[in-house]
Design a protein around this ligand. Sequence first.
Ligand code: PAN
Ligand code: ZN
Length: 191
Amino acid sequence: MLQDIDYPISVQFDFDEGAFSPVKTRSDRRVSDLKMMFHDQDAVQRALAAGDPLVYQILYHPFATSKSDMALGVSRIFPGRIGDEYYMTKGHIHERDDQPEIYFCVKGEGYLLLQTAGGEFRAERWTPGTISHIPPMWAHRVVNTGSDMLVFVASYHLSAGHDYRLIEAKGFRQMLVERDGKPTFVDNGRW
Ligand code: PAN
Ligand code: ZN
């Protein structure tokens, strides 16, 4: 029996737009919201002075009932770079150590970066249609290395919690930068 449901149960995804509706909340992340994540701090200052561009948006819809609570998030990462480093999400690890997540790349191209607190690192190449499972206790970040918007759908439990401290402190072991016009992995000197 359906009761205590926060309607609507369904939302409609538009593949051309890379967005669904209705949206409960939309958050914008600008360079100023993730300035410590980029390695080239001079380039960060130039971007801030040039109007603090939008890096990504998160469209969010909680599906909450009295007995369960899944979250749907769609992230839309714009194409661009700060210096030579591609636009990306901040990246976080879930506060609860038993909480995984599913990511589904629907548009664009890039990489999913995964990393444990101990520094084990993985990168998965993404094209439209790639569906990735993020295991519990792995930090996750998505990098847009393409020339169009990268859009992915995320589904996770509302109680997972987001802890940004580990990634704010040191970042991921490797960064994605443009070299000779191509996305290239380079070691992050903070590790
Ligand atoms: C996603 C992320 C979203 C934005 O919904 O929250 O892609 O990335 P940051 O939270 O790292 O800025 C998710 O992984 N939720 O758990
Ligand atoms: Zn997550």
